[in-house]
Ligand binder design. Structure first.
Ligand code: PMP
Length: 425
């Protein structure tokens, strides 16, 4: 027996849990009302059957429900063209990549999607990762910045990338370029921002500074002021990395960076294939040297199997469809219809994107509302603290391009019934 096998054997023979007690950890989480349940559904579409919840506290209607909670914004996950592209990729390339891209898992199909993404993003090159999470963690650690300036509401994968990179991480106020400028000035040699002054004179030019922000924030549906963030970053000689997970494919077939014409001011555009592009995987897009460096230095790229070819094929077709525009128009029409309807009912709807957070206030009201609309056949989750600040619990409503007007009306009816019953309207 090898030494390592020996150690494993010892652990089993001893029968001790060595300090691990997952059941106790779970109970602790349950006591604090922080546990979550898996929510099995039978397919990924605007309508699906949902299994009864595992604790059996909700009734099992067994009938279809309308999903207003998915990130499959363009409704492409069951689109015939996308399904065919996935099938064809499996047949012609394989069901799995078989190895990391640096070994034998680098296929022409991967390269083709990377070229398409680079075109959509207006960059020299793009690179696929096995998830958006892996793209953020791998890229931030590969950049190895000295200081990272991170929006306070950035996604967990950015936060984990910051932690893993070991950089000094400075959290600035949400979507606030002034707060960003103040934090940068506080770390500058002169100690204050001076618009006339060249940034590199103000601070230690040997240090690498990275600003990182989501473009569309998933719980608030708001959009980072990217042009102003670029202004500040340029003043202080910092790079900007933007997470376009919730925007990819929705704006001119690109993201907010494309909508705002900022591709040449943002060094790293990151995103996922798992939302509007109805597939799986993540990407970054940027300059040739940046991407080639990340190929060599991002551990989540180097030491992970290449993206599965069916996921690549599906995303490629979804990107093509997204860039055509019809689906995008349907989505934005539905967003407007639902936002207007919810507002007319008397709800306070946050944000300015396809994500429509319906502000409720207390956690109990939000949970009761989500449960009641679910009883009416509508699936949209209650988002509570600690995900959002106390007193701002909400229902996150996300329509899809494939919802019909009748279905949007059913959603509005459910919100009307639930809101009136709970005395919220
Ligand atoms: N960034 C943001 C803003 C996200 O919302 C998500 C997914 N929820 C990710 C990154 C991670 O992407 P993926 O699901 O592809 O790992």
């Amino acid at each position: 027996m090898t030494e390592q096998a020996d150690l494993h054997a010892d652990a089993e023979v001893g029968g001790s849990n060595h300090g691990f007690d997952p059941a106790a950890r779970l109970a602790e989480r349950r006591d604090r009302n922080l546990d979550r349940d898996l929510q099995p559904a039978d397919r990924v579409a605007a309508r699906t059957r949902m299994a009864p919840d595992p604790r059996g506290t909700r009734p099992d209607y067994g009938d279809e429900r309308l999903v207003f909670a998915a990130n499959n914004y363009l409704g492409l996950a069951q689109d015939d063209r996308v399904v065919r592209a996935a099938q064809q990729a499996a047949r012609s390339v394989g069901t799995g990549a078989g190895a990391s891209r640096l070994v034998t898992g680098d296929t022409g199909l991967h390269r083709a999607l990377e070229r398409d993404i680079a075109v959509a993003k207006g960059t020299e090159r793009a690179l696929l990762f096995s998830s958006g999470y892996a793209a953020n963690v791998g890229t931030i650690t590969a950049l190895d910045p000295d200081v990272i300036f991170s929006d306070e509401l950035n996604h967990a994968s950015i936060i984990d990338g910051c932690r893993l990179s070991g950089a000094e991480t400075v959290v600035y106020d949400h979507c606030d370029p002034n707060s960003l400028a103040e934090e940068m000035a506080a770390r500058s040699i002169s100690g204050e921002a001076d618009e006339q002054c060249d940034a590199n004179v103000q601070r230690d030019a040997d240090e690498s500074w990275l600003v990182v922000t989501d473009s569309v924030f998933s719980m608030d549906g708001d959009v980072a002021p990217l042009a102003e963030i670029c202004d500040v970053a340029e003043r202080f000689g910092a790079w900007v990395m933007v997470d376009e997970a919730h925007a990819t494919g929705l704006y001119d077939g690109g993201g907010i960076v494309q909508r705002d014409g900022l591709a040449d001011r943002i060094e790293v555009q990151m995103g996922t294939l798992s939302k509007a592009l109805a597939s799986q995987g993540g990407y970054i897009a940027g300059s040739e040297p940046l991407v080639e460096h990340v190929v060599n230095a991002a551990r989540s790229f180097v030491f992970s199997t290449g993206l599965a070819p069916p996921a690549v094929g599906a995303a490629r077709e979804a990107l093509r469809i997204a860039r055509e525009g019809d689906r995008r128009e349907q989505l934005w029409d539905n967003v407007e219809y639902l936002r207007d309807g919810l507002t007319s009912l008397g709800y306070d709807v946050l944000g300015e994107t396809q994500i429509l957070p319906v502000l409720v206030g207390s956690r109990d009201d939000a949970v009761a509302l989500a449960d009641r609309i679910r009883d009416c056949g509508i699936v949209a989750p209650a988002i509570r603290p600690p995900t959002v600040p106390e007193g701002t619990s909400r229902i996150r409503v996300a329509p899809m391009a494939t919802h019909t007007t009748a279905e949007l009306d059913r959603c509005l009816d459910a919100f009307e019934i639930a809101g009136q019953e709970r005395g919220l309207l």
